[in-house]
Write a protein that binds this ligand. Structure first.
Ligand SMILES: Nc1ncnc2c1ncn2[C@@H]1O[C@H](COP(=O)(O)OP(=O)(O)OP(=O)(O)O)[C@@H](O)[C@H]1O
Ligand SMILES: [Mg+2]
Length: 225
């Protein structure tokens, strides 16, 4: 059985597609077969993959509430180890079905107040609907965080999440030009070759840390949500 990860949020532009692509790309680089479901009408991840064609990723586009179950089943039958679902930044039926199919829901959020409130709202909605969403663990992921300093807004956001006891990933996705470049190259940042800079290595390491934490959440049977 494939492990299914939804990348979701009700806020636009917080890094959902970036996170979905990073997860799919790194898992594929590790040798896994990865299905990437593009449920966003803007086709971000499908378009990126069409440029870079990372080996090991199979994209299914135009995913809606009508076809998501069939497309997950098809990818599973084709031998996918992981299925990553990139969801649009709004509530809708495709999200509800995606959540029902998921082992893990990752909710990327930036640290500004409205982003955190919307992310917390989604966590609470999932918790109130546990009869429908039975298997999925949930993790917030802070995105676009400065790698070199912590702002007052960041501190406030971390405190707000802790106050609500919302499950949050220890690893954060840092703000880096590499994650923008990816949208043009369709490839993950690379640090191989003599010309790699320190920031190239740090971007690659950041992706590695995120994927390692995601895999350990999926494997940890002692935590139920
Ligand atoms: N960690 C990051 N560092 C630098 N740029 C980033 C980072 N994360 C996202 N971006 C940039 O921010 C923009 C929005 O990111 P992305 O498309 O991943 O958000 P989204 O939540 O999927 O948006 P939408 O709601 O429109 O689907 C993109 O231009 C992306 O390249
Ligand atoms: Mg997107």
């Amino acid at each position: 059985m494939a492990r299914v990860i939804s990348v979701a949020g009700t806020k636009g532009g917080v890094g959902k597609s970036t996170t979905a692509y990073i997860l799919a790309g790194r898992l594929a680089e590790m040798g896994h077969q990865v299905g990437l479901l593009d449920a966003d009408p803007n086709h971000a991840v499908g378009d990126w993959h069409a440029v870079g064609e990372i080996k090991g990723i199979t994209v299914a586009s135009n995913i809606t509430e009508q076809n998501i179950g069939d497309e997950v089943a098809k990818l599973e039958d084709a031998g996918a180890d992981f299925i990553i679902i990139d969801l649009p930044g709004m509530r809708g039926m495709v999200q509800v079905f995606a959540f029902g199919l998921s082992d893990l829901i990752v909710i990327p959020t930036q640290t500004s107040r409205s982003d955190v409130e919307q992310a917390l709202g989604l966590v609470h909605m999932i918790e109130r609907n546990r009869k429908t969403i039975q298997n999925a663990k949930v993790r917030l992921l802070f995105t676009r965080i400065s790698p070199s300093y912590t702002t007052g807004v960041d501190t406030h956001a971390y405190a707000q999440i802790a106050e609500h006891g919302a499950p949050v990933m220890t690893t954060k996705l840092y703000e880096r030009k590499h994650f923008k470049e990816m949208t043009y190259t369709g490839l993950l940042p690379s640090a191989s070759g003599g010309r790699a800079t320190r920031s190239d290595r740090e971007a690659v390491a950041n992706i590695g840390e995120i994927v390692t934490e995601i895999l350990s959440v999926l494997e940890d049977n002692t935590v139920s949500s």
